[in-house]
Design a binder for this molecule. Structure first.
Ligand SMILES: Cc1cc2nc3c(=O)[nH]c(=O)nc-3n(C[C@H](O)[C@H](O)[C@H](O)COP(=O)(O)O)c2cc1C
Length: 387
């Protein structure tokens, strides 16, 4: 195993090993990618306050997210086509997460199905729902999640239609890749990935294929979203889903206080301040800038989490210090999965944990649940000197 000391190391290996189409799918934002870039660069504008002569023994990063104990306040975010980044990717990532003690979220648009992940893991995971037009499908997939022992439903609110990502259109993104000349040439240099794919039967959208009718091209994510995702999703539908599910509910993709207030009103257990990793509305502010106004509106009523842009344990620390009760990571674990499968995801979690733990200690704390905004230096007007 090469020496891995940070998420960038995993990113470099990932880029070499995974077909261009899937690398591009992950490492892109919508339109100009401004929001995608600022999600990470805004974290680096926040600085940490170093404290000294504080006892650093007996440290703990343990916390809870919706009442569930976690080894650190980090969950694996739902990521479409994870099983195309590495053979059986969702199962591999879920296993790494459960061994580490953090939650794994399976997307609706996964390659391995809900049932398959449940069969190959021991602890309950979370399931992320995209709301489809087909109400029968919706009811059935919620029931399938219940039957598989899923412990929380994450409803993603910021993808009623797909943000335009230029590279995906140009690459003709599909699962599995179509045998075009360009794909064949690129795949021939990715032998490790290819061998993995030859060794698995899981190469299409496992939750969908065989469970829904009337889709013109079942391998095409863009066609899928255009045809199946429900653009009429509104708060009354979210309430109906809440009632159908009847368990822990997390609403993902909230950026504005008004929407956070609605989420709290309908009784969600947590919200994720998220701009989908800069993949939907380009031009939105970074999630870390959006966090404080949301906390001011609902921080005492509901758990507020954050994702988008986290690439290190220091980013987790900054989000938590600002008031996020938990975080989610997307690309940071996808790089790791594409680079090295399950061992890679474990490595990414270890890297993030070490960075979080040591940075917390340097800031004079031993318990992540006691960390407050006092450890931060935040530029004036960071969260909104906007009109
Ligand atoms: C390749 C990719 C696919 C994604 N697919 C989904 C998805 O299927 N469902 C969803 O709710 N979010 C999806 N997301 C968004 C993530 O859940 C998460 O919000 C985002 O990755 C956080 O930003 P980060 O990658 O900078 O950590 C996806 C993100 C990426 C990078």
């Amino acid at each position: 195993m090469p020496v891995i000391t940070n998420i960038d190391d995993l990113h470099r290996i990932y880029r070499r090993r995974v077909p261009k189409m899937f690398y591009d799918y992950c490492e892109t934002g919508s339109w100009t990618e401004q929001t995608f870039r600022e999600n990470t660069s805004d974290f680096s504008q926040i600085r940490l306050r170093q404290r000294v002569a504080v006892d650093m023994t007996n440290r703990s990063t343990r916390s809870t997210m919706i009442g569930q104990e976690v080894a650190m306040p980090v969950a694996l975010a739902p990521v479409g086509l994870t099983g195309m980044q590495h053979a059986d990717g969702e199962i591999k990532a879920a296993r790494a997460a459960e061994k580490f003690g953090v939650p794994f979220t399976l997307t609706t648009m996964s390659i391995c199905s809900i049932e398959d992940v449940a069969e190959h893991t021991e602890k309950p995971f979370w399931f992320q729902l995209y709301v489809m037009r087909d109400e029968d499908f919706l009811r059935r997939i919620i029931q399938r999640a219940k039957d598989a022992g899923v412990s929380a439903l994450v409803v993603t609110l910021d993808l009623q239609m797909l943000g335009q990502r230029h590279k995906d259109i140009k690459n003709g993104l599909s699962a599995p890749p179509k045998p075009t000349l360009a794909n064949m040439i690129n795949l021939s240099t990715k032998w490790r990935w290819g061998l993995g794919m030859l060794g698995t039967k899981r190469r299409a959208f496992g939750n969908i294929v065989g469970h829904v009718e009337g889709v013109s091209d079942p391998s095409n994510l863009m066609a899928w979203t255009a045809e199946q995702f429900d653009p009429r999703l509104d708060w009354s539908k979210i309430e109906a889903i809440r009632d159908m599910w009847g368990g822990k509910l997390i609403l993902k993709g909230i950026m504005e206080p008004e929407d956070a207030v609605m989420a709290a009103k309908i009784g969600a257990d947590a919200i994720v301040v998220s701009n989908h990793g800069g993949r939907q509305l380009d031009g939105a502010v970074s999630s870390i800038r959006a966090l404080e106004p949301v906390l001011d509106a609902v921080g005492d009523k509901i758990e507020v989490w954050l994702d988008s842009g986290i690439r290190s344990g220091q980013d987790v620390l900054k989000a938590v210090a600002m008031g996020a009760r938990g975080t989610m990571i997307g690309r940071a674990y996808i790089y790791a999965l594409g680079a090295m499968g399950e061992a890679g995801v474990t490595k990414a979690l270890e890297v993030i944990h070490t960075e979080l733990d040591k940075s917390m200690a340097f800031c004079g704390h031993r318990d992540i649940t006691q960390v407050t905004r006092d450890i931060l230096r935040v530029p004036r007007g960071f969260s909104g000197d906007w009109d």
